[in-house]
Write a protein that binds this ligand. Sequence first.
Ligand SMILES: *[C@@H]1O[C@H](CO)[C@@H](O)[C@H](O)[C@H]1NC(C)=O
Ligand SMILES: *[C@@H]1O[C@H](CO)[C@@H](O)[C@H](O)[C@H]1NC(C)=O
Ligand SMILES: *[C@@H]1O[C@H](CO)[C@@H](O)[C@H](O)[C@H]1NC(C)=O
Ligand SMILES: *[C@@H]1O[C@H](CO)[C@@H](O)[C@H](O)[C@H]1NC(C)=O
Ligand SMILES: *[C@@H]1O[C@H](CO)[C@@H](O)[C@H](O)[C@H]1NC(C)=O
Ligand SMILES: *[C@@H]1O[C@H](CO)[C@@H](O)[C@H](O)[C@H]1NC(C)=O
Ligand SMILES: *[C@@H]1O[C@H](CO)[C@@H](O)[C@H](O)[C@H]1NC(C)=O
Ligand SMILES: *[C@@H]1O[C@H](CO)[C@@H](O)[C@H](O)[C@H]1NC(C)=O
Length: 625
Amino acid sequence: MRTSLNRLLYLLPAVFSLASSLENCSSAALCPRILADSNRDGLVNELDSNDRRTWTLDRGATFLPNVGDGASRCPVLDLVGDPLSNAELSRCHDASGDRLLSPRFAAPLSTSPIPDISPDAIGRIYADTERVRIFWKHGGVGVNATDHFSGVSDEWALVDQQLSFNASSLRNGIALALDGRELVTDPDIWDGQVKVFFEIKSRNETAQDSVVLKQAPVLLHHHLQRPEVVLSTAPGDPATSNIYNPASPWQAHFIQQLQDTLGADTNFTLFHQDVDIWAQDFFEPAYASMPGPNGTIIALRILLRSAQSTRAAGRQVFTQIRGPGIGALQPPPGSGFGHEEINSGGNIETIPPYVSRSEKSWPNGRIIMGKHFGIPPADAMVRFLQSQGNGGQSPLFLEAGWLAIGHVDEFVQFLPSSSSLTNFTIAVADTRSALGLLINIQAAGHGDIPAVSYDGDITPDARTLFLDTELVRNTTISGLLLDESLLAANEYAQQHIDDNLALLLEEIPLREEDILRVPVLFKEVTLTLPATPDGLPPVLDRGGRKVVSVFPNAVNGLVLGKRYIAPKQWGPVVDGVDVLAEAVEGVYTSVDMSVEFIDDYMSHHVRGGEVHCGTNTFREMGRWW
Ligand SMILES: *[C@@H]1O[C@H](CO)[C@@H](O)[C@H](O)[C@H]1NC(C)=O
Ligand SMILES: *[C@@H]1O[C@H](CO)[C@@H](O)[C@H](O)[C@H]1NC(C)=O
Ligand SMILES: *[C@@H]1O[C@H](CO)[C@@H](O)[C@H](O)[C@H]1NC(C)=O
Ligand SMILES: *[C@@H]1O[C@H](CO)[C@@H](O)[C@H](O)[C@H]1NC(C)=O
Ligand SMILES: *[C@@H]1O[C@H](CO)[C@@H](O)[C@H](O)[C@H]1NC(C)=O
Ligand SMILES: *[C@@H]1O[C@H](CO)[C@@H](O)[C@H](O)[C@H]1NC(C)=O
Ligand SMILES: *[C@@H]1O[C@H](CO)[C@@H](O)[C@H](O)[C@H]1NC(C)=O
Ligand SMILES: *[C@@H]1O[C@H](CO)[C@@H](O)[C@H](O)[C@H]1NC(C)=O
């Protein structure tokens, strides 16, 4: 009995009317059927035959943009040894040719065997967009997921418009693989959906079937995902050091401490092709994933270069990090030219998964970005993030224009917390507790101790824009509290923090009492920016009053599960205890996090950022479906 179930179904349409109506048969013997992993179990089989011609958030096959560099073949220099342009750099990846270089990242499809097909029959397979590639497997028979995902590239050949499949292929069934040639950057151009047609012609008859797939959304990480790799920037080579890109002993000091704190068990990667120390800012790590067999997840990292075209450090996502399983995005042209701080990765953070107060579910969390008094971040990046479909994380905009640098990571942070219903809570910078702490110290009779306890070298260089010698060396707590402009600056900052928190709490169902308030004191600044060699300085000044943190900004640290790597506070020391550090630690330990301080005073704090700005993390890549 070699009669397949399929054949039975086709021969008995009256009995199996439901199943039969799902097919698109011209006659009993001419019944093409193409399947993909519509039920998202990582396999292509009978269970995928229902509802495969429409795609919803709950059902429908997905595929990945195959933009890694599996064989590390993509060049970074042209034939005469000059660096490639940004556009050229991004043009090369595994899906940029006609060979399937990384079958692991291609989605499986197959046509069902048609045992009774007439010998003259001819089949064609094609998609309704050229933004995907379809491959067929030489000698591939039927459906075998193990086979598919272990397939070596030479077994796969491109299915082009001219290719037709003969009757013996159609009889056996054809194993197929599909991947995306590009990222979805604008839904008006392409929303990531593709319809794949399977058409058979036999004598005077034609029959056609189809299946719909959609490209997986590109998602940003959130802090509840397990960290896998910590990244920062190598201290630089003194041999190539210059005033604009100095090899930095401060960065060496920072990296040493970070390395010691992370320990040997943490993957730690240093950018080494550019001395830009702001590893948080010149890119944003993301990923795309699809179901693999047996509950596994097949995922590809996609590093989003910041929309700052003259920030050379961003090129490292292509020139240093791209490789097997890691691809990158060059933001599309149209905005983000130059180097505006609003477009840094530190101005892009992610709320962990939640259901909003209005009951909208954000199963992958939701992005927050800062605008600067009505000016939004680069349209190209915003559109890209908004384009990732309903499964995506469409950004919520906060106000960050009141900060000299203007990044959301300077005042808000999401922390794992088992005590809240959402599994996370919000930490915000808080000037009230910072001022209260200083007032208490003064009231206890210690008003004349130095406010800042940093006692190391404070030799300035071209980038120590926010170094305040008078503050570090010559300001007491009472002196600080007497400064009316400081009090006014903190009122101003607090107003913006309160407004931003209110916006978040309108959305996220956390209670006031769940919110962590991290003591941070601000002061107002006016800036004179140094010129850069290309005459295009980072643009900070968008108008309005600007503040920076007085002490290293404690909310701007690195969250690694329950570990928190925070900037060493250098707060007032009373009876041998840094009172500010103690208060900061108390806030984080209230949600069972352990705080480890590292000194970033000269390496980052006086340059406009902290530990978080100087680092980045690749985290576990989860399922979105
Ligand atoms: C799935 O798991 C089963 C049982 O553990 C195993 O026999 C099978 O080989 C696995 N298949 C794949 C494709 O990994
Ligand atoms: C699938 O292919 C693998 C590798 O070629 C083979 O070991 C396995 O037996 C096949 N499974 C089925 C169900 O045909
Ligand atoms: C049908 O196509 C397959 C795959 O290209 C090929 O191996 C086979 O020889 C062809 N059969 C005939 C009868 O042409
Ligand atoms: C095709 O031809 C056969 C016999 O030659 C005929 O019975 C059948 O109705 C035709 N089908 C179509 C769709 O014209
Ligand atoms: C069924 O086949 C017809 C004729 O080829 C085609 O127009 C139609 O789109 C097919 N339906 C589906 C759902 O593929
Ligand atoms: C180190 O990185 C690899 C590759 O990204 C990952 O599989 C592994 O889990 C990481 N190790 C730790 C301890 O996070
Ligand atoms: C919180 O985490 C637990 C354990 O991982 C999980 O079962 C639960 O669904 C999570 N709750 C929310 C609201 O995500
Ligand atoms: C410290 O402050 C005093 C009084 O404001 C001033 O006279 C002195 O020059 C300052 N010293 C330094 C090192 O800034």
